[in-house]
Design a protein around this ligand. Structure first.
Ligand code: AMP
Length: 176
């Protein structure tokens, strides 16, 4: 896989969506085919030898990375959505974001009980979203052996809330 400096493809927007937040925008990765395929191939390289039965991704930017990854891996893709978007019977969980409050849901019957589900999002800040998502998968009777984010902000201490699940990222930023 050709190497590439992923930082060059991440747009940084100060004070979005509110003052004091530096927003790491991944739409600039999606707009650059070589950066997008670099991410997907890097994810496949990390997980292809591992015992992963399915991938669950978080609305909305997590979906974009998870879809080509699921196809390349030949595994099911489970969608975790904001409350009120899924038509079937759901499991749901409330949680705190870095800058808001939210509730996420998953179709109960999509969760493969007894299987190993990789959790994936575009960016991990406080880890609150992925912590809630892990709770959803576990409530459905599946395991979460690993968590993946394209971008990590470890200075926000997501490692603590997500422990003991191992977390992997493609790039980390160490301050805002
Ligand atoms: P958290 O639950 O705090 O880990 O927040 C993660 C979710 O919020 C991810 O889905 C990100 O897309 C979004 N997010 C939080 N903080 C930022 C940030 N500084 N830049 C870009 N996205 C962010």
């Amino acid at each position: 896989m050709a190497s590439l400096n992923l930082d060059d493809y991440i747009r940084k927007i100060p004070d979005f969506p509110k003052k004091g937040i530096l927003f790491y925008d991944i739409t600039s990765i999606l707009a650059a085919p070589k950066a997008f395929s670099y991410c997907v191939e890097a994810m496949v390289d990390i997980y292809k030898g591992k015992d992963i039965d399915a991938v669950a991704a978080i609305e909305a930017r997590g979906f974009v990375f998870a879809a080509p990854f699921a196809v390349r891996m030949g595994i099911p893709l489970l969608l975790i959505r904001k409350k009120g978007k899924l038509p079937g019977v759901t499991l749901s969980k409330k949680y705190d974001l870095e800058y808001a409050q939210a509730e996420i849901e998953i179709h109960q019957e999509d969760v493969p009980a007894g299987k190993r589900v990789l959790l994936l999002d575009d960016l991990i800040a406080t880890g609150g979203t992925l912590n809630a998502a892990r709770g959803l998968i576990q409530a459905g009777g599946a395991e979460v052996p690993e968590i993946f984010g394209v971008v990590g902000l470890p200075f926000l201490n997501y490692g603590k809330i997500l422990a003991p699940t191992p977390v992997c990222t493609l790039i980390d930023y160490h301050s805002e």
